[in-house]
Every structure is written in structure tokens, then in C-alpha cells.
Design a protein around this ligand. Structure first.
Ligand code: ADP
Ligand code: ASP
Ligand code: MG
Length: 439
């Protein structure tokens, strides 16, 4: 029998009405055997995600302040869903150990994980499916890093005898049982782990949009959905800010060649996006598959004549960053210039030290610092075969009145990265969209 792992995001499980949509989706296909659930998300734009309430509770408890009003809001989110669905789920009783935890030695990750834990318990009770706690089968090493091999072993063992199961997303635990979470949006990663462990034929990721869209729908109104995208393209887009799928969610399923289907819980009839190892035959790549970006970067531009002839110049420059533990994002070079693009938050604490070391170790002719940049990634596996694409992109951004400060074409020719002033970010994205798909 076919097996599907279905992950439902926060907005898909934010209320009783959303639970009912999830129930209908599961009932529509019995192959949907393993469900990964997020914590309740926002019910409307003014709402707060349960995960954010849990972090707030932790902060209050850690500061010795009164957390009860926030804890009560959390209790009410679960109680309201249980009440409306008439599920036997006692939110008051469930909160007793959590309150106790907050009063004694609160742990940030443990608190954050309770949203997924409780929502999955609630969903499992409503569906009358078994619940499998991620703390017992998603494994982290003692240093907090994720342990993929042990997870695959434990999780496949846990699921092997089960016809169906609900597994909470976002967290796991180390050998001692200490709960550890992935970074925000990490239930996508959990879904991918469960899909791999269950040797699923498909990983469905149910959210509030009808697939991966050409670009962020908060910038361009109703951007075109992408029907097919490769793992590599998706990874580039999600790393660069397409928050629809967590940037690490591709890895587990990619190992097992399991395609991902991004679907809309509010429009289950839409086919969504298929994320695949390679495009199926007959589907030719679009000139540009998608565009994503992030703000909050700085670039250090170093100029020195005859730089190219100086053996080890680039290594010496990058060593400065490595020595101070600052990872770099990009490193475009010219004949006599080299830039290092870094995330502002990681660079800021070391700014003076880095600039000083550059002067001392490299004796450059000039050093320029460009702050407050945004990076835009224009991604597409069809770009390499299509020589005019780069020219169209640059033309569109310039025509939108945006000054391009940096251009970097990845060596895989899967993407072009542009550095621009952060304030021009939205204008540039809209310009690129209009060039390829009209206004
Ligand atoms: P979930 O709670 O289901 O995990 P997320 O909020 O994490 O959902 O991800 C879905 C959101 O990602 C969308 O509502 C949209 O605002 C945002 N998003 C950003 N870039 C894109 C994109 N290129 N395509 C689709 N959605 C995007
Ligand atoms: N609930 C977590 C978050 O808000 C994880 C997730 O939704 O994927 O980040
Ligand atoms: Mg998400």
C-alpha cells in the first residue's frame, strides 16, 4: 500500500475549524498514514502563535515574573479546540506539569516544544490514532547537534508496527531525555524525517498557500505558483528566505528520493508544488523558477592593485573571518577587488576587529564597508542554458530604479545573487516578477 506522510503547519491546526479540514484531508486518502503536527498558529493576522506564547512564558518565568496570564492564554487555545471538537482532552490537567516545570527549572526548548506536543496529543485523541512522542525517537547529540542516523533507526522502529500515527514536529531529545528543538519552522524538518523513516512514497506538506510561489506573496500580490521544482532549487530558495519550507527540510527526503508536495489546507483541490529530484520528462524548466531574498547583510570590499598576483590573498582575507568565528555568505571577486558578504548580526560584534585585521594582514589600498544590504537570489536550473536571462534580470532591476551593489553567479549556475540596498528590496523583487510574469 502507498504511504504518505502529511505534515500540517500551524495555520492548518490553529482552530477547531482547521482541525476539521485536516480530518477531511486525512479521510480522503487512507495512504495518509503518518501525520506530523505543528503547534496552533495564527487564526487571523492579529493572533499570536502558541509557540510565541510559550517563548513568552519561558522569558517571564526565567526573569522571575508572573507567567500565569500567558499560560492561561495557551490553555484556552487548546481548551477551545477540544471543546468545539468534543474531544476528551483536559487542557487544565495537561498544563499542570508545564506549570510545575516553569516554577522549578524552566528550559527554553522544552517550553517551546509543548505546543507541538499538546496539539499532536489533541489531534491523535480526536482522530483516535496512536501518538508517538518525538522525544523518544528524534535524537540530538549531547552537544545539541541533530543525530540523523540514530533518528532514522529509532523513528523507523517506532513506526514500523503502526498502521497510523501522529508525531509532533519541531522537537526531539538527547539520550538523557532533555528536549531540544530545531530552529523556527522546524516541523517541516520533522515531517521530512518521518517521511524517510516510514519509507513514504510522498511527503505532503500542508500549509496556507497553494504551493511554492514564484516569490513571497507578502511582496507580490498572488504570485504564480510553481508546479515543479527540484530539491536543489528549493533548497536555494528556502535558504535565501522563501519561508514556506524550512531550509533543512529537503535533506532527509532527498536521501531517499521521496518527493515533497506542498499543499493548501484551505484549498485541498489545488495540486500545489511538487519538489522532485529532477524535473519529469516533458516539463521544461522555466527561465527563472523563483526569487527569494533576505535583508540584514554587510559587505566588506577590499581593494589592492595586483591582488590577483598575490598568492594566498583570498585565503588570508577569509582567515580573518574564520579566526573570529564569523561565517561568510558570499565572496565575489574582481581583478583587484574582493568582497566578503556577511550577516549583519554575526559581523556587528567583530566589526572593529575585522577591519583592523584586514589593514594589518593584507595592507590593502582601500577598504570599504557597505552596510544594510539585502541579497536577492534568482534561482532556476534553466538559467544556464539560457544566456539572455541574466541580462533580463539586471535590466529589470535597473529599470526599477535600484542600484545593484554586487552580483554573484553561483558556480552551479543555478542562481544569480544580487546585493542591493535593503530599502530597495521589495522594489527589486517586484521588478523581476514583472519582467517574467507581467504586473
Ligand atoms: P506553516 O505554518 O504551514 O508551516 P509558514 O508560515 O511557515 O506555514 O509558511 C507559509 C508562508 O510562507 C506563506 O503563508 C507565505 O507568507 C510565506 N512565503 C514566503 N515565501 C514564499 C514563497 N515563495 N511561496 C509560498 N509562500 C511563501
Ligand atoms: N511551532 C514552531 C514554530 O512556530 C515550529 C513550526 O511551526 O514548524 O516555529
Ligand atoms: Mg512553516
Amino acid at each position: 500500500m502507498k504511504t504518505i506522510t502529511a505534515k500540517f503547519g500551524g495555520s492548518s491546526l490553529a482552530s477547531a475549524a482547521q482541525f476539521r479540514k485536516v480530518g477531511a484531508i486525512l479521510a480522503a486518502d487512507p495512504a495518509r498514514r503518518f501525520v506530523v503536527a505543528s503547534a496552533p498558529g495564527k487564526r487571523d493576522s492579529g493572533d499570536t502563535k502558541v509557540t510565541d506564547l510559550l517563548y513568552r512564558c519561558y522569558d517571564l518565568a526565567a526573569a522571575g515574573d508572573d507567567f500565569e496570564p500567558v499560560l492561561d492564554q495557551i490553555r484556552e487555545r487548546f481548551a477551545a479546540i477540544a471543546r468545539e471538537l468534543k474531544v476528551d482532552f483536559d487542557a487544565d490537567a495537561e498544563l499542570i506539569p508545564i506549570r510545575e516545570h516553569l516554577r522549578t527549572a524552566p528550559q527554553r526548548d522544552y517550553m517551546a516544544s509543548r505546543g507541538e506536543y499538546l496539539n499532536s496529543r489533541l489531534l491523535a485523541a480526536w482522530l483516535d490514532w496512536p501518538f508517538v512522542d518525538a522525544a523518544s525517537c528524534v535524537r540530538f547529540a549531547p552537544d545539541g547537534s541533530f543525530d540523523g542516523d540514530t533518528t532514522q533507526k529509532l523513528l523507523s522502529e517506532a513506526l514500523s508496527g503502526l498502521e497510523r500515527a501522529v508525531v509532533p514536529g519541531f522537537y526531539g531529545a538527547d539520550e538523557t531525555g532533555r528536549v531540544i528543538t530545531f530552529s523556527r519552522g522546524g516541523s517541516d524538518v520533522s515531517g521530512s524525517l518521518v517521511a524517510r523513516a516510514a519509507a513514504a512514497d510522498l511527503y505532503e506538506n500542508w500549509t496556507d498557500v497553494s504551493g511554492v510561489l514564484f516569490t513571497d506573496p507578502r511582496i507580490v500580490k498572488e504570485p504564480k505558483p510553481i508546479a515543479y521544482i527540484t530539491y536543489r532549487e528549493l533548497r536555494e530558495l528556502s535558504y535565501m528566505g522563501a519561508s514556506v519550507l524550512h531550509e533543512d527540510a529537503v535533506f532527509p527526503v532527498r536521501k531517499a528520493n521521496i518527493p515533497i508536495n506542498i499543499r493548501n489546507t484551505n484549498r485541498p483541490e489545488d495540486p500545489g508544488t511538487m519538489i522532485v529530484p529532477v524535473l519529469p520528462s516533458g516539463i521544461s524548466p522555466a527561465p527563472v523558477t523563483g526569487v527569494a531574498g533576505r535583508k540584514g547583510f554587510d559587505a566588506i570590499l577590499v581593494e589592492k592593485s595586483m591582488m590577483n598576483a598575490e598568492v594566498g590573498f583570498g585565503a588570508k582575507l577569509l582567515d580573518i573571518f574564520a579566526d573570529l568565528g564569523v561565517p561568510f555568505e558570499h565572496c565575489p571577486t574582481g581583478i583587484d577587488t574582493m568582497s566578503v558578504v556577511v550577516s549583519d548580526s554575526l559581523f556587528a560584534p567583530h566589526k572593529e576587529a575585522i577591519l583592523r585585521e584586514v589593514e594589518v594582514r593584507l595592507k590593502p589600498d582601500a577598504v570599504k564597508l557597505e552596510e544594510d544590504l539585502a541579497l536577492i537570489a534568482i534561482v532556476g536550473c534553466g538559467m544556464v542554458a539560457n544566456k539572455g536571462i541574466a541580462a533580463r534580470i539586471l535590466g529589470a532591476v535597473t529599470a526599477a530604479g535600484v542600484n545593484i551593489r554586487m552580483i554573484d553567479q553561483g558556480s552551479s549556475e543555478l542562481n544569480i545573487i544580487l546585493g542591493i540596498d535593503a530599502m530597495d528590496y521589495e522594489t527589486a523583487v517586484r521588478g523581476i516578477y514583472a519582467e517574467f510574469y507581467g504586473k
